[in-house]
Design a binder for this molecule. Structure first.
Ligand code: PHE
Length: 397
């Protein structure tokens, strides 16, 4: 086993590079029936089964829905191009209702299904962190498309992600505040029960201070809160307010800030990425107009592979893809590539192949999985202009 493993690893890079070309884009480039190698677990007859757990309902429902749309578009393209190892991919999506306990329940269900060879999910860091131990114990590769908290992949060698981490993302917004907005004083509003929000607040504080800035207020709230006025009242003299929370609370925070006469821009991160963000802030041109957030991708990116994706997604769903859709799409393609590279739908072999992913040309940037099973990629800063998230700049790691 040891020798064949070594041979596999040696062969991995060239195979990966070739497969990458075959998997990108919607075109049918793999002659049907050329990949017939199959092995052991995951043999469901005609299909290779992948799980996806996501918040299709509940507080952050747009996250799960858009992530799933991206996953399903990638699946469709892969299947249209002949599938993998001569089989079609089948994705089973389970709703975790935006709840951490439910994410764990769904993970346990997937772990009991021996046809599942790998699992995609979750979007939100806290939910990924709750489910990851179940997959690690069961020996099922889990690939989060979009959970950015540093701790997510620390659970073990079966846990991967295809997005950047918050140690980078928090620094991106600190740099943007200090260098682009010339902000000197920033107030922070953090959601105390979210690993994502707490992690980003800490990183932002450290990086912004290094750049000579001052954090004038660091106030907390709970996801169930609806009144943020006492926290905001302390933030009146800030040049900007950093709110690394999810879209479902940001709109109300922005409205209440404006009611208190605060005109400073709000700054956020990828958790703002939702088609209902602006509506929650009172609509286009209202409380969030001109505010900024960091994200994984911009639909305005002129790169042909991004524009091909935007076209295919828009044709499928009748709207432009969000960062979540783009990450779901990339995550599905990377898993498919790993199965192809492994030459097998065996869970352990998929895990080994995932760890070897190098320079995959994703729509969210080139993806190389590092030794900590994270991806190092550029971030974009977007500005809210009407209902649009307009591209401002790219910040490299
Ligand atoms: N990064 C967020 C988290 O870890 C989730 C997210 C990703 C939300 C991308 C929106 C867009 O919780």
């Amino acid at each position: 086993m040891r020798t064949s493993r070594l041979n596999f690893l040696r062969g991995a890079i060239p195979v990966l590079a070739l497969s990458t070309v075959l998997l990108v884009g919607g075109g049918c480039k793999t002659p049907a029936g050329t990949d017939t190698t199959t092995s052991g677990s995951g043999d469901t007859g005609g299909t290779i089964k992948i799980g996806h757990y996501a918040s299709l309902t509940g507080e952050t429902a747009t996250f799960g829905k858009e992530s799933d749309e991206g996953v399903k578009l990638a699946m469709k393209e892969i299947n249209a191009a002949g599938g993998i190892l001569g089989k079609q991919i089948e994705v089973e999506t389970q709703d975790d209702q935006s709840k951490a306990e439910e994410a764990k329940t769904v993970a346990t269900k997937f772990a009991a299904d021996d046809k599942i060879v790998a699992v995609l999910g979750e979007v939100a860091s806290t939910r990924s962190m709750t489910a990851a131990p179940v997959f690690q114990r069961a020996g099922i590769p889990m690939i989060s498309p979009s959970s950015t908290n540093e701790k997510v992949t620390q659970e073990g060698d079966y846990i991967f992600r295809v997005c950047f981490i918050d140690n980078f993302q928090g620094g991106v917004m600190a740099q943007f505040a200090a260098n682009d907005l010339k902000a000197k004083k920033v107030a922070i509003l953090r959601e105390q029960t979210s690993d994502y929000s707490v992690g980003l607040s800490d990183v932002f504080t450290e990086e912004f201070k290094k750049l000579g800035g001052t954090i004038t207020v660091d106030a907390s709230f709970k996801s169930s809160d609806t009144d943020y006025r006492s926290q905001l009242a302390k933030a009146k003299d800030a040049d900007a307010i950093f709110v690394p929370a999810y879209y479902n609370t940001v709109g109300t925070i922005a409205r209440q800030a404006r009611e208190l006469g605060i005109t400073a821009p709000l700054l956020g991160c990828d958790g703002w990425d939702s088609p209902t963000l602006v509506e929650g802030a009172g609509g286009a041109g209202k409380a969030l107009e001109g505010s900024y957030f960091s994200n994984h991708y911009s639909k305005d990116d002129k790169a042909p592979r991004v524009q091909d994706f935007v076209k295919a997604y828009t044709a499928e769903y009748g709207k432009a893809p969000s960062g979540l859709a783009a990450l779901g799409y990339d995550a599905m393609k990377i898993v498919a590539l790993a199965i192809k590279t492994a030459g097998s739908a065996d869970r352990a072999k998929i895990k080994d192949a995932l760890a070897q992913t190098k320079d995959f040309p994703g729509v969210t940037g080139n993806i190389t999985i590092d030794p900590n099973r994270n991806a190092s990629k550029p971030a974009v800063v977007l500005q809210i202009q009407g209902n649009d998230f307009a591209y401002k700049k790219t910040i490299n790691p």
